[in-house]
Write a protein that binds this ligand. Structure first.
Ligand code: ATP
Length: 238
């Protein structure tokens, strides 16, 4: 059962003299999907990377359920049930689709359970099953995005962090990604979704955080924010 809430308190990120994230606090309740939206350069990617421990940051508290994650290195996050789908996919182009997926299970033993997870990923993304022996670099952008998500799922996370999964995809593929996120959520996975595509985010999440210049400008129910005149004007261009 997924009963762990991610709690982030007082997150601050500096790049030299530039403050990219300033004293940000939010939580991802167990089984919920939370979105982070904001303009280019608002600090969304930095927020995800900092939660994962991939970049230097200051943080007052970082907990997942009862576990204190403040000192946990990025490569060990996966052992605590946190999966990460980076911006730009970063699949291993010279390895087969299946090798890429197996790398996602690096922290697990290869046994019946891992094989079952692989079967689940192929069930979720039939195209990956059909192309399991192709080189990842030969896949289309949309297929590579599916592979990046599938690879993260191979660790059996309880919380998945996704950085701009819709980037560069056609409207049809964005709909496919939305359907996948909704299914993962229905299966009990918690999601933290960073996106420029506000429409996708509002549909995929229950709560949204709007960031501006690294600070929380607004936070609330996605169903309410999507009708907020200011949000519609700035983020939906309406
Ligand atoms: P986008 O939607 O364009 O990806 P974002 O909301 O994810 O933007 P970040 O990538 O987190 O924003 O960037 C936040 C701020 O930090 C920006 O001003 C950006 O220029 C700056 N920044 C990001 N990465 C670096 C870096 N490696 N070195 C210096 N400044 C950086």
């Amino acid at each position: 059962m997924n009963d762990a809430t991610l709690t982030v308190e007082g997150l601050t990120v500096h790049y030299g003299g530039v403050c990219a994230v300033r004293d940000l606090s939010f939580s991802v309740p167990a089984g919920e999907a939370v979105g982070v939206i904001g303009a280019n350069g608002a600090g969304k990617t930095s927020t995800l990377k900092a939660v994962m421990g991939l970049i230097p940051r200051r943080i007052t508290a970082l907990r997942f359920g009862d576990t204190d994650l403040t000192g946990v290195a990025a490569r060990h996050m996966v052992r605590h049930g946190i999966g990460y789908v980076p911006e730009g996919r970063h699949v291993f182009a010279g390895l087969s689709v299946e090798r890429n997926l197996l790398l996602g299970a690096y922290a697990r033993k290869w046994n019946a359970e891992t094989r079952a997870t692989l079967a689940e990923v192929y069930e979720l993304f039939p195209v990956l099953g059909e192309m399991h022996d192709r080189l990842a670099g030969a896949l289309s952008g949309g297929q590579q995005q599916m592979l990046a998500i599938g690879r993260a799922l191979m660790s059996k996370p309880r919380l998945l962090l996704l950085d701009e999964p819709s980037m560069g995809l056609s409207p049809k593929l964005v709909e496919d990604i939305l359907a996948v996120l909704q299914r993962l959520r229905a299966d009990g996975l918690s999601l933290l979704l960073v996106e420029q595509n506000a429409k996708l985010t509002f549909e995929a999440t229950s709560t949204c955080l709007v960031v501006e210049n690294g600070e929380a400008a607004m936070t609330g129910a996605s169903a309410r924010l999507r009708h907020d005149p200011q949000v519609r004007r700035i983020y939906l261009g309406l």
